[in-house]
Write a protein that binds this ligand. Structure first.
Ligand code: PLP
Length: 451
């Protein structure tokens, strides 16, 4: 094996990490032989687990046939078949599929298709896309313009169109004498107020994650919010884009999280679990009438070299088939309910856990200084990094972010692959308990929290 020399790679932050040797099921091994349980599916990607032999065989079979055929030169069977299968899983008439290589590219595609559609409808004044704060929609400049996380967007603000934001429905933080349904309506009305403030004739779309991802830590809005925002979009003829990059492909216990609230979005963005880490793949599903209008007007002025890549689509198709064969969408609902119950038990033991939330196997817990006020821990404590490191040292991978707009607060995504067995859940809980105990001792958390 090649000795570890100075690395020429760089990413967001410079955490030292061992090299990956191999992976299988819910586990990964580094080059020293240490085993890790992947309790976050990487960044909520590895829905069907690692190194699934059927997916590897399907990819190998595709590679033996053809590895690349450019979409302007050839159609390919894998892309056609995957588009066909996905269309059948989408809400009615949302059956036109555009492939990309990931989430950010898919969000860019949605924004641009929406804009071109408005032009075909004689509504060129519409360009603003309202989104939530906090939210995360990707790292490219278009996706960043609708992302509500200051540390990822602020440096680039002069380079992007400024898009309106409304507060994410963080009802669990409010102390206002309202019940959850009333709070949901109050947050939804903020969309209506923002549309009126901006001028409805300038607003193109509203984009949201049906269940919050890493920016809010699996935030689930009350049913009333979901109902009302759909009505408001209809009232002003504003396109609704569901960002299902993280929630799609079964993670929340339905193939699409939109199904929990019977959404009929105009566009859906998927990536992550779609090819589950086996290949870079994303997909935009769009309403037929939108695509027809844009195609009739000269076509979609947008594309990627790797769109519809045969190998990526073969991986996506094999992942979808495995997910169906193993009943993973239903499994996400069952195992998710079990894991959520176990995390709620942790709250009884550790008073500095302020909230446990999520749907299916998109789950998170949040640490606070005071459970009554939900005041976050002092940010200098860096609990979102410290707990991840405690767990990592013990061979457990969890995923964390700052909760309050990326600036403070600490939440942890617990999102194992959908194949997770009960014994794995027990292992996750044992290591998490040890890690939380160590963190509490190191940071003096037990004494500063309210039981
Ligand atoms: C909801 C959501 N949208 C978009 C993205 C961007 O996806 P990618 O990192 O594949 O570009 C992410 C990634 O975390 C996401 O969670």
């Amino acid at each position: 094996m090649k000795p570890e020399s100075e690395s020429h790679l760089f990413y967001q932050v410079g955490l030292p990490r061992p090299r990956l040797h191999r992976s299988e099921g819910v586990y990964l091994w580094d080059v020293t032989g240490k085993r890790y349980l992947d309790a976050s599916s990487g960044p909520m990607v590895s829905n069907i687990g690692h190194s699934n032999p059927r997916v590897l065989a399907a990819m190998k079979a595709q590679m033996d046939k053809a590895t690349f055929g450019y979409r302007l030169h050839f159609e390919n069977e894998a892309a056609e078949e995957l588009a066909h299968s996905l269309a059948a899983l989408m809400p009615h008439t949302l059956d036109r599929i555009f492939f990309t290589s990931g989430g950010s590219e898919t969000i860019e595609s949605c924004l641009k298709l929406a804009r071109q559609y408005a032009i075909t409808q004689g509504q060129a004044s519409r360009w603003k896309v309202i989104s939530l704060f906090p939210s995360y929609h990707g790292s490219t400049l278009g996706a960043s313009s609708v992302t509500g996380m200051k540390q990822f967007t602020e440096p680039f603000a002069p380079m992007m169109a400024s898009m309106p934001k409304i507060p994410a429905p963080t009802c669990y933080l409010d102390h206002d004498g309202l019940n959850l349904e009333q709070r949901g309506l109050r947050y939804a009305e903020m969309l209506r107020e923002e549309i009126l403030r901006q001028g409805p004739e300038t607003v193109l779309a509203f984009i949201m994650e049906p269940v919050g991802g890493a920016s809010t830590g699996a935030l689930v809005a009350p049913d009333s919010w979901h109902r009302r925002i759909q009505d408001i979009c209809k009232e002003f003829d504003i396109l609704l884009i569901a960002d299902e990059v993280m929630t799609g492909a079964g993670r929340t216990g339905k193939f699409l999280a939109s199904e929990h609230w019977n959404y009929q979005p105009d566009m859906i963005a998927m990536a992550k679990g779609l090819a589950a880490g086996y290949a870079p793949l994303g997909a935009m599903a769009a309403q037929r009438h939108i695509v027809d209008a844009v195609m009739a007007d000269g076509g979609f002025a947008h594309g990627y070299t790797y769109a519809g890549n045969p190998l990526a689509c073969a991986a996506g198709l094999a992942v979808l088939r495995e997910s169906e064969r193993l009943g993973l969408v239903d499994r996400a609902a069952v195992q998710g309910a079990r894991l959520k119950g176990l995390l709620e038990q942790l709250m009884r033991r550790f008073p500095f856990i302020g909230d446990v939330r999520g749907k299916g196997l998109l789950l998170a817990f949040e640490l606070v200084a005071d459970r009554d006020t939900m005041q976050p821990l002092p940010k200098e404590m860096n609990a979102h990094v410290e707990l991840v490191e405690e767990a990592y040292a013990r061979g457990l991978i969890i995923y964390s972010r700052r909760t309050r707009g990326g600036l403070e607060g600490d939440h942890f995504m617990i999102c194992p692959p959908l194949i997770v067995e009960n014994e794995h859940l027990d292992e996750i809980m044992n290591v998490l308990t040890d890690s939380l105990s160590a963190l509490a001792q190191r940071l003096g958390l037990e004494s500063r929290a309210v039981a």
